[in-house]
Design a protein around this ligand. Structure first.
Ligand code: AMP
Ligand code: MG
Length: 403
């Protein structure tokens, strides 16, 4: 097994992953899906100059002397509600009552808001001056015909769904979601509805991985538990190859019953087994059988969790067509000293908060690879670089934010 750094392992993995196809979905189904097309507007928004206020459309030059003490009287010649247009043209000395969103009538060049007016006897008394263009939203101010309003390659946000509607799109092309098979391995692993007996533990990794896959945008396909014999492991992997990606947990280190490597060897080609220079999560199997990428993650729950975040989540994002599949980080100020030996990059479960205009981060006291509780309470992973041995409280560190 060769030793490899996290970034290098991730780069090798991503180079072997290709985006899946695209599919058309309703914009009601598109939230969080990765946009597979540049969305170009076929309309101007707003489609025409319109009023930003409830008030009166008028000619700015008519009311230059208007003050509360010396109001200017204008004849009100029409009323325009949103969704309607005035047939008339405004002349000097005239105003039209206008509502927010209604089109500016011909001849008008400003809108005075209702609060700066008083009405009486078919006239309006304007108590403030206005600049040309005041309270007018110009045609195309938000979006112009031919403009790219959302670029391909990111997960769609609520505001982007709103923009799709602005430009009249009811459907949109998004990346297909990969189906990701999950295989747990181990004679000691039992299903959740089994009665705890002897030295057995529940299949926590299987369910955690399903949730991670879902949160990354994949579709989990749970294949249950493979027992620690080659045939069972091979059978499960053979079934798993129907999916777009395969993730297993356990059986990849150097114990007598760590059979994932041998089973995969028998099934196909291109497997690599690495000791990744990271903690938790040193052993990692990665490869492809046919076109299907396979990730053999370590069995300790925190190792499985962290390895997924480093390697599988970016792979799923790449399958989805996401432009930047790398884990996102923020810089945060450490609240206490941390130490380790050089030679491996450590990921520390931690709590990030926003205090007085900056991120601060506190690592969990307990960082064992079997202590899932620390990760349960964490919202970030401190990236403690490979060569470093100590980082003092008060220094800035990179933190991956957990989703
Ligand atoms: P292994 O990599 O198979 O040697 O497993 C390492 C440790 O992780 C052992 O203590 C296993 O019991 C534990 N483990 C393996 N698979 C799971 C799982 N699916 N859920 C919870 N713990 C597991
Ligand atoms: Mg095992």
């Amino acid at each position: 097994m060769s030793l490899i750094e996290v970034d290098e392992a991730r780069n090798i993995i991503l180079a072997k992953i290709s985006p899946l196809g695209v599919e058309k979905v309703s914009i009601n189904e598109a939230l969080g899906r990765v946009l597979a097309e540049d969305v170009v507007s076929g309309v101007n928004n707003p489609p025409m100059d319109n009023s930003a206020m409830d008030g009166y459309a008028l000619i700015a030059a008519d009311i230059q002397t208007a003050t509360p003490e010396t109001p200017v009287a204008l004849d009100v010649v029409d009323e325009i509600a949103a969704g309607y247009q005035s047939a008339g043209t405004l002349s000097t000395g005239q105003a039209m009552r206008i509502m927010t969103g209604a089109p500016i009538p011909r001849g008008a060049d400003a809108v005075i808001m209702q609060e700066d007016t008083e009405k009486g006897g078919g006239r309006v008394f304007v108590k403030d001056r206005a600049d040309v263009g005041e309270n007018i939203r110009e045609a195309g101010e938000d979006v112009r015909i031919g403009e790219t309003v959302i670029p391909a390659g990111g997960p769609l946000t609520p505001a982007q769904i709103g923009m799709l509607a602005v430009v009249g799109r009811s459907t949109v092309y998004v990346g297909q979601r990969p189906r990701v098979a999950i295989i747990s391995t181990g004679d000691e692993i039992m299903e959740l509805d089994e009665r705890p007996e002897g030295p057995c533990i529940y299949n926590s990794n299987g369910y955690m991985l399903m949730a991670q896959i879902r949160s990354a945008g994949g579709i989990p396909c749970y294949l249950g538990i493979a027992r620690d014999n080659e045939q069972d492991v091979m059978d499960k992997f053979t079934t798993a190859l129907k999916c777009d990606l395969v993730v297993s947990s356990g059986g990849v280190s150097v114990g007598d019953y760590d059979l994932v490597k041998a089973s995969l060897d028998k099934l196909g080609n291109e497997m690599v087994f690495w000791k990744v220079a990271m903690k938790p999560g040193k052993p990692l199997a990665f490869g492809k059988i046919g076109d299907t990428p396979i990730f053999g993650l370590p069995g300790n729950p925190v190792s499985s969790f962290v390895s997924f975040e480093q390697f599988v989540r970016p792979a799923i994002k790449k399958c989805l067509g996401q432009k930047n599949p790398m884990p996102g980080t923020v810089n945060a100020r450490l609240t206490r000293n941390i130490r380790k030996k050089a030679g491996r990059l450590h990921f520390l479960s931690a709590v990030v908060s926003w205090d007085n205009g900056e991120y601060t981060v506190t690592p969990a006291q307990e960082q064992g690879s079997g202590v899932l509780k620390s990760t349960v309470n964490a919202n970030g992973l401190i990236v403690f670089p490979l060569p470093a041995t100590e980082i003092a409280a008060g220094e800035q560190v990179a933190v991956q934010l957990l989703t």
